[in-house]
Design a binder for this molecule. Structure first.
Ligand code: FPP
Length: 262
């Protein structure tokens, strides 16, 4: 039986790699920090637009586990922008019913960022309009390592048999355990790679890359990506003929491989 039925029109979970801030600034002979500032403006516009469209989960790659290697000054600027966003956008989140969450090794974040995150998460908990997940100090490999550590610990305590380890159990130990897999991942800035983002979760995700740098990514650009997504055919390892059979039976091809298939 079908556990869940989702529209093929709109991804229920949209993930975005917001790349190209530095190059955007360099092209204008501006410091990199200016690119990030303009990038934060794009974040605000895209978040509210996704909410208006009815996207249920939006995950933004805001700071990777590798970004800690950037110069201290740039790391501080990014943390400062994040704090500003959390302070200034709380009312927008509340007005629009947007719940804030974070994924990643957030314990590494400065205490001010952690405190603000906790406060905004508490204030927006249960609003249910859209869930905005900020990936902070996030790396897909790091997330898997943390999940494996938990499972090994359970096994050592005698609470987990090797045969009980399944894809579902692994997924339940990831930071994204409360989220469906993303149906669409957008990467701005033109690079064709995942850069350690949602490695497990994007196994069947449609990837859309645009050369547009993140500070120039507008709601119109988002619409272009969504139109492209609507034209995709998601097969989850099946043949076109099998899919046509499933569609004839009324199954929609919008959700993940675990939930759609009878
Ligand atoms: C990649 O551009 C972008 C980042 C490392 C940070 C993304 C941060 C923001 C968009 C602003 C703050 C976030 C929020 C949620 C308010 P890059 O610097 O790697 O660009 P480049 O590849 O052109 O150098």
């Amino acid at each position: 039986m079908m556990a869940e039925s989702l529209s093929t029109e709109l991804p229920s979970h949209l993930a975005i790699i917001m790349d190209g801030n530095g190059r955007w600034a360099r092209r204008r002979c501006l410091p990199r920090g200016e690119g990030h500032k303009r990038g934060a403006r794009s974040v605000r516009k895209i978040v509210t637009h996704c909410r208006e469209l009815g996207v249920q989960h939006l995950t933004l790659y805001a700071f990777s586990s590798e970004n800690w290697r950037r110069p201290d000054r740039e790391v501080s600027q990014l943390m400062e922008l994040l704090c500003e966003f959390l302070v200034e956008e709380t009312s927008t989140l509340l007005d629009n019913g947007i719940e804030l969450e974070a994924i990643g090794d957030t314990a590494r974040l400065p205490s001010r960022v952690r405190e603000l995150l906790t406060a905004v998460r508490e204030q927006t908990r249960g609003l249910g309009g859209m869930r905005l997940n900020l990936a902070l100090s996030y790396g897909g490999r790091d997330e898997l390592v943390r999940a494996i550590r938990q499972l090994v610990h359970q096994a050592r305590e005698g609470e987990l048999r090797p045969e009980a380890v399944s894809e579902q159990l692994v997924a339940e130990h990831l930071d994204t355990r409360h989220l469906p897999d993303p149906e669409l991942l957008i990467r701005t800035g033109g690079e064709h790679r995942l850069s350690n983002f949602l490695l497990w979760q994007s196994a069947y995700t449609e990837l859309y890359v645009t050369d547009v740098a993140w500070p120039d990514f507008t709601t119109e650009q988002l619409e272009v990506a969504l139109t492209w997504y609507r034209g995709r055919r998601r097969r989850f390892g099946r043949t076109d003929e099998q899919l046509e059979g499933l569609e004839d039976q009324g199954y929609l091809m919008g959700s993940g491989p675990y939930s759609v298939i009878p």
